[in-house]
Design a protein. Structure first.
Lengths: 331, 427
């Protein structure tokens, strides 16, 4: 073990010992913080999947992805405007609104992301790799600008549709759990499971894996590369759109540049799990959510960003393949 | 060729429009004097404050202007990406300094912006009157300040005045209110890491401890925090029965008020004038009724003499959120500046005065009769009024008659005036 590796190992070990101490001395608070972290992490995971899938297939860090996530929440809020529901009690109309808004937002964001790929990335597919990276940042600014023009800079309220209040929360051994926390984690888990089934069991999923492995060989085998890449962007945006909607319903406050930070954190999660690795992104997202919550509670929220991006640098320097290893062929 | 002709027509149309724009105004014999304002117009608070200046200028011009001059008003916006920006404020001040017709400005709104603008404006003797800055370090050299007023002014005579009092009164006023009236004896203090937020949270904490209360302090930064639940849980576990938020709504300081309820913890949530806004009520969502705030001045709606002015304002600005906590302060500040300009015109024998003449006359202001009271400015530029008003959010039946601002999403939930503390009389 080289000295830098050893240093990294010692820092990780100290962090785990510190957490174990907190868990032992104040178990209730520890479990409560873990629940907050898990809910945040589930949302980061949904965004991280989009980063990792796109990187896996065309080795592009799609910096616009965080804004696709935010736009999902904005469009979802606009759709919810058509329903007349009651924010204070959960009724049938709330359920209908939820059942309508999720598929619509996901499909709309999927279509928008295909458009982004067609306009900003496909023409540059054979250009130097820096070129699409720059158009990705440009796309990010465009999406933020659109949301800024749409609703202005102030926070936008997302209706509090999910069941909440006294009937939908419980305290188990001093730990507060709301329906919303459960909803976020369960929905994210369902979406990730569906994605895994899709990637591993369907023809298109197989085509995506083949394209990620070797684009030229895949093309020779008769796979339509453009269609496969577009499908990757589509699926990534389905998850980001759903993630944005979940975020909006969970926090009820969104703003136009929310995706900037969320995107960077999710990107860190993707790198942490091993960029290009789909299970890695999901696990990385949850871990980053937990680490952020522990840092907020036990170190201080002003250090959270230092901790998260310290992890990003640490992983890139000491273990570039991430926790589960990159699934990107060496070229 | 068709395209070329289109371009010519467009250009001519543009020139015509500009020419028309340029000739309006300036009907009085002596010409125009410009004054500007610098507020974060992207926020409801900034917009409502700018309205106060505009109303004062319009009223003055309708009554014949200032000593023969028409006042031309330009409202500058110091927002960048949805929040106030000191850099944008400095650019606005430089724009005003670059035009010799600008003789003074109303603003800024945020203390951090003032801290950046005063060093630019002071060497040019450019009068600034803020209707909303509350950080004490801008005018007073007191313990705990990270910067000093004499450094900001770079050795020049004082050019900065304000019609509101300071956070070293605002923080303690809320500490007294929470400790004595709301019976909160243990509190979590949150600050947004800005000049204003750190200052007011510190003043609150000092007073709250002096009263015998216990505190837990945590800070955050807008750029890096979207989830306050872990911080709130820390407060809750430390035994806090209330939260004090030092910060402004554009730094998202009101979102924790909503998240408190998400963790099943609904306790009083108080802050300074930075949370007395429409956005803040909306961001707190269904938990807005736990909020209280202070405002660094008398509430104009509680002053009998101000009612006619407020009624005239409401007739001119009819939007629900056009009137804010600092609208009348801005109205007063604009009138104080225009009065000083009028006296400076006399000093200049009826011609356009210099910026130094305006600044000197402003400094000499005594017994200024404004709608929020009759007051002087001391050598530091501070008002002799040391009044802090306290508001709580309540559901009202008629929002148009509310004393404070109301929400947009919850239009009947408004800040309602509760009490005022006058530190000038020791009460």
């Amino acid at each position: 073990m080289s000295p830098p590796d050893l240093g990294f190992f010692i820092i990780c070990a100290l962090a785990i010992i510190g957490l174990a101490y907190e868990a032992f001395t104040q178990p209730t608070a520890f479990v409560q913080v873990s629940i907050f972290g898990l809910a945040d992490g589930a949302m980061y995971a949904l965004v991280a999947l989009g980063y990792t899938m796109v990187y896996g297939i065309i080795e592009l860090i799609n910096f616009a992805h965080g804004d696709v996530f935010t736009m999902g929440a904005y469009i979802g809020t606009a759709i919810l405007g058509f329903f007349s529901f009651n924010e204070n009690s959960f009724t049938a109309i709330n359920l209908v609104a939820l059942l309508v808004v999720f598929p619509v937002v996901m499909l709309v964001m999927g279509a928008i992301n295909i458009g982004i790929e067609r306009i900003a990335y496909r023409p540059l597919r054979n250009a130097p790799r820096l070129a699409p990276l720059i158009t990705a940042i440009g796309m990010s600014f465009v999406l933020e600008g659109v949301m800024f023009l749409w609703h202005g800079p102030a926070t936008v309220h997302v209706p509090d549709l999910l069941p909440h209040g006294p009937g939908f929360q419980t305290t188990i051994g001093g730990v507060f759990i709301g329906f919303k926390d459960v909803f976020v984690v369960v929905t994210a888990a369902i979406l990730v499971t569906l994605l895994a089934i899709f990637i591993n069991r369907t023809r298109l999923g197989k085509a995506m894996r083949a394209t990620a492995q070797d684009r030229d060989a895949a093309q020779l085998m008769g796979i339509d590369i453009n269609r496969t890449i577009a499908a990757t962007f589509f699926i990534g945006a389905l998850l980001a759109g759903a993630g944005g909607m979940i975020w909006g319903l969970y926090y009820n406050n969104i703003f136009y540049n929310l995706g900037f930070r969320t995107g960077l954190v999710a990107f860190t999660a993707a790198v942490f799990g091993g960029i290009g690795n789909i299970p890695g992104a999901a696990i990385g997202g949850v871990l980053i959510g937990l680490i952020a919550a522990y840092s907020d509670s036990y170190i201080g929220s002003k250090w959270t960003e230092v901790v998260i991006f310290g992890i990003l640098i640490g992983v890139l320097v000491f273990r570039p393949t991430g926790l589960l290893g990159m699934r990107v062929p060496e070229k | 060729m068709v395209r070329g002709r289109g371009l010519v027509i467009l250009t001519l149309a543009a020139l015509f429009a500009f020419a028309c724009g340029g000739t309006s105004g300036g009907t009085t014999a002596k010409g125009t004097i410009k004054i500007g304002s610098d507020f974060p117009v992207c926020t409801t608070g900034g917009q409502a404050t700018q309205n106060g200046v505009k109303f004062a200028v319009d009223t003055k011009n309708a009554a014949g202007g200032v000593n023969g001059f028409t006042i031309a008003f330009t409202g500058f916006d110091d927002c960048r990406q949805g929040a106030y920006s000191a850099d944008a404020g400095v650019e606005n001040v430089q724009t005003m300094l670059g035009d010799p017709k600008f003789l003074g400005m109303i603003g800024p709104y945020n203390s951090a912006v003032a801290k950046a603008e005063i060093p630019i404006a002071a060497p040019q003797h450019f009068t600034m009157i803020s209707p909303a800055n509350t950080n004490p370090c801008l005018t007073k050299d007191i313990a705990g300040c990270a910067y000093h007023p004499q450094d900001l002014r770079k050795g020049n005579a004082n050019n900065y005045f304000r019609v509101v009092t300071t956070d070293d009164f605002q923080g303690p006023a809320m500490a007294d209110f929470m400790y004595k009236t709301l019976n909160v004896h243990s509190i979590g203090i949150l600050d947004d890491s800005t000049v204003y937020g750190v200052g007011i949270a510190g003043a609150f904490e000092t007073e709250f401890k002096k009263l015998g209360g216990t505190t837990t302090h945590s800070e955050y930064q807008k750029a890096t925090t979207s989830d306050w639940k872990s911080i709130l849980l820390k407060f809750k576990n430390a035994g806090a029965t209330g939260v004090y938020a030092g910060g402004t709504d554009d730094q998202n300081v009101c979102i924790p008020a909503k998240q408190m309820k998400d963790i099943g913890w609904s306790v009083p949530f108080a802050g300074g004038d930075g949370i007395e806004t429409t956005n803040c009520i909306d961001e707190a969502g269904a938990n807005d009724l736990v909020m209280s705030s202070t405002s660094a001045g008398a509430d104009a709606t509680q002053i009998p003499g101000a009612q006619a002015t407020i009624a005239a304002f409401r007739a001119a600005f009819t939007g629900a959120n056009d009137f804010g906590g600092y609208t009348m302060q801005a109205y007063d500040a604009a009138n104080a500046l225009m009065a000083a300009i009028g006296r400076a015109v006399t000093d200049a024998n009826g011609s356009t005065p210099t910026r130094e003449q305006v600044r000197a006359e402003m400094a000499k202001t005594t017994g200024f009769v404004g709608v929020i009271g009759t007051y002087d400015f001391d050598a530091n530029g501070d008002t002799s009024l040391k009044i802090v008003s306290i508001y709580t959010v309540q559901t009202v039946t008629d929002p148009t008659k509310s004393t404070g601002v109301c929400g947009k999403l919850h239009p009947n939930d408004c800040y309602v005036w509760k009490a005022q503390v006058n530190y000038a009389t020791g009460g």
